[in-house]
Design a protein. Structure first.
Lengths: 608, 101
């Protein structure tokens, strides 16, 4: 098969799987699961073979034509797409295999695997997309898959609400994204990623700043940046493998990927905004994570924070640093979520960390793999997260010292809350019945954990990556001389301070030490976390609702009443007038006849 | 003395006007019918006068057509009036107004 054909098959295999599951396999969950896993395996293996085999191509086919405007469907398979496809494939396969174990006893297993297949199709579409319109289509499809999978346990009102929230908040971002695409087409004449070039960026004073910022709105929505980050913690209502795949490793990373794709359109003014949005998001989410009790919510805020790092790295000017952190983050965050899922299953669907504890002895594989992931995200030298975070800090140190300071402080917080989580979940004595009886959950669950732990450990040595990804990874910033020493010292200091403080401060009792010892700080952080939700609530309940009531009044009284029924009444009165002519008397009719004759005569005589 | 063409045409117009006025004003359906016939005859008279004064026979031929048509029309019309009387027991036009709104 030619590379282009392989790429088409990679795109369509999950779609075929989803279609077959929907049409025929709803009552055969085991077959549906096997089919979906097979499709994911195909995507992973074929994707890796395309990426590592070095084939790079850019075909395009015309799909719709409206006069002079042609809507193209095409693939842009360069090093960036190769790297992203590999990540999506590998993580996707791990999650699919994990789901075989996690969703084994679920009642709607077939529907779940159908949803996973639809997601894989949509995500591969985003990765391979060659122009912004096509990317937008798959962008919306990914949003739909997310909605569908968050809402998997649809009997729960909280899950339905969370799914709606995710979709609606994404829509707000997508509105900006669509405006950006339209403006880009109008200003540059093309939305093809291959055709857009550096000269398009500076062509117009206003538009060249507006287009990247509007396109960034899409990333703000999809990658949960401030102020649209509110949907991601709620999205934890979905099953844990869904959280791992969609809301940690791949879908939320699609925003970063899209930014990297449109890098040619960036101008310094837009990049400053992007860098600060990312930085502030990282800081805010890290502050929110400190007070969480639910294991998945901690990881959700951690994801928002790390996405902020990636956005900040992009805003500071380095596609390489952003994509590198995206890759390592995918590995260790997916591992964290899958490990959390293993813990949740072991404790019989308990998600409150203060009811866990002592799992180090009872679930060793989960414990050791989770430890590797925590060490990676906290930045232990040698593991993947250290190298990628280091690259971002080096970049910030050289470009913008204020951003560097905030990101370094956020790194302290990252180590702090992750070690808090690790200590409370795994160390100490079991704090409840389920934790006391926890055990490992089987090979389907533990095998992906081990694989991802290996990748988190060695994934940072980017020089050892295959040459195939050189186009992206060669752009990773490296430090030399004093800068290198300073940043290295800062990274290690950050780790020691953050981790040490957390291990010392938090006890493995049944309550949150911060809450008990300093309720003022705890209260402040909790209020900070809920501030956005309360703000949006107020806006929707008061402002938007009242605006809707005014419009409703105008509609019912004004449009329906005055205009529509008014016109009807006017027409009716004309009708009444004409009815009076029907007297039923012959002599009246003859008089009218006479009148008509007179008029016709006058007309014929030329008088009228 | 032979009447001029003007006199014949004037007579024809007067007859036509009388007939038309009768259709307008009279209340008995049969009288209205007679006035219709009067209008027809007035038109016929005008045609014959013109043909005589132009020394052709074209207007004379019209007489046959018009009177034939008038006879047929009378036959049909009187049948309708008889049926109407049987249904409504009246032929006064001002009482036949069931098409009023």
């Amino acid at each position: 098969m030619t590379p282009v054909t392989t790429a088409v098959c990679v795109l369509l295999a999950p779609l075929a799987s989803a279609a077959l599951i929907t049409l025929f396999l709803c009552r055969r969950p085991a077959v549906a699961a096997a089919l979906s896993v097979a499709a994911a395996a195909f995507v992973a293996l074929a994707g890796l073979s395309l990426a590592l085999g070095g084939a790079r191509f850019n075909p395009a086919w015309e799909w719709l034509r409206f006069g002079s405007f042609a809507f193209m469907i095409g693939f842009k398979f360069d090093d960036l797409a190769a790297l992203m496809l590999s990540v999506v494939g590998v993580i996707g396969l791990c999650v699919h295999v994990y789901s075989l174990g996690y969703m084994r006893d679920d009642a709607a297993k077939a529907r779940y695997f159908g949803g996973l297949s639809v997601f894989m199709f949509s995500m591969v579409g985003i990765v391979l997309a060659d122009n912004l319109f096509m990317m937008f289509i798959f962008w919306e499809l990914v949003g739909f898959s997310s909605y569908f999978l968050i809402n998997h346990w649809r009997e729960r009102l909280s899950a339905s609400d969370a799914a709606k929230k995710a979709f609606i908040v994404n829509r707000v971002g997508d509105f900006g994204f669509l405006l950006g695409i339209i403006l880009c087409y109008w200003s540059n004449g093309t939305v093809s990623l291959s055709a857009l070039g550096p000269d398009h960026a500076g062509s117009h004073a206003v538009y060249s700043r507006l287009i990247p910022l509007l396109l960034f709105c899409g990333a703000v929505g999809k990658s949960a940046q401030l102020p649209l980050q509110v949907w991601l913690p709620d999205a934890m209502e979905g099953p844990t493998p869904v959280s791992a795949l969609i809301h940690a490793a791949t879908m939320v990373a699609a925003g970063i990927y899209m930014l990297c794709r449109i890098n040619v359109l960036m101008v310094p003014q837009a990049q400053v905004v992007i860098a600060w949005v990312g930085t502030l998001t990282a800081l805010y989410a890290a502050l929110c994570a400190i007070t969480q009790r639910d294991i998945k919510k901690v990881l959700a805020y951690s994801t928002v924070s790390q996405l902020g790092y990636m956005v900040a790295a992009f805003g500071l000017g380095s596609v390489g640093a952003a994509m590198f952190h995206l890759t390592t983050h995918a590995f260790f965050k997916a591992l964290l979520f899958l490990g959390a899922g293993s813990v949740i299953l072991g404790c019989h669907h308990e998600q409150d960390i203060f009811r866990m504890g002592g799992l180090r002895a009872r679930m060793p594989v989960t414990f050791w793999t989770f430890t590797v992931a925590v060490a990676a995200i906290a930045g232990l030298p040698g593991l993947a997260g250290f190298f990628s975070k280091d690259a971002i800090l080096v970049l910030a140190f050289g470009a913008n010292r204020a951003v560097f300071a905030v990101l370094a402080f956020t790194a302290i917080l990252t180590a702090f809350y992750m070690l808090r989580l690790w200590k409370i979940v795994f160390l100490g004595a079991p704090r409840g019945e389920p934790a006391g009886h926890a055990r490992e959950q089987g090979i389907a669950i533990t095998a992906p954990l081990v694989l991802l732990a290996a990748l988190s450990a060695v994934g940072g040595y980017w020089r050892a990556y295959p040459k195939a990804f050189e186009g992206v990874l060669s752009q990773i910033p490296e430090a030399h001389g004093p800068t290198h020493a300073i940043v290295l010292a800062a990274s290690i200091l950050v780790l020691v301070v953050g981790a040490g403080t957390a291990l010392a401060f938090y006890s493995t009792g049944g309550s949150d030490s911060l809450e008990t010892r300093s309720s003022a700080v705890f209260g402040f952080l909790a209020a900070l976390r809920s501030s956005f939700d309360r703000g949006y609530d107020y806006y929707v309940a008061k402002v938007q609702q009242r605006a809707a009531m005014i419009l409703s009044f105008i509609d019912v009284v004004g449009l329906a009443g005055v205009v529509v029924r008014g016109l009807a009444a006017a027409t009716e009165s004309v009708g009444f007038g004409f009815r009076r002519l029907h007297t039923g008397r012959l002599s009246n009719y003859v008089y009218w006849f006479l009148g008509g004759v007179v008029i016709l005569w006058a007309y014929a005589a030329g008088i009228l | 003395m032979t009447p001029s063409l003007d006199a014949y045409v004037l007579l024809s117009a007067a007859l036509f006007a009388v007939g038309f006025l009768g259709v307008l004003v009279r209340r008995n359906t049969l009288v209205i019918y007679m006035c219709l016939e009067l209008m027809l005859v007035a038109a016929t008279l005008a045609l014959v006068a013109f043909s005589r004064f132009n020394a052709t026979e074209d207007g004379d031929v019209f007489v046959f057509f018009i009177l034939t048509v008038a006879a047929a029309e009378v036959a049909v019309g009187l049948a309708i009036i008889v049926a109407l009387f049987r249904a409504r027991q009246t032929v006064q036009v001002d009482r036949l107004d069931s098409l009023r709104h």
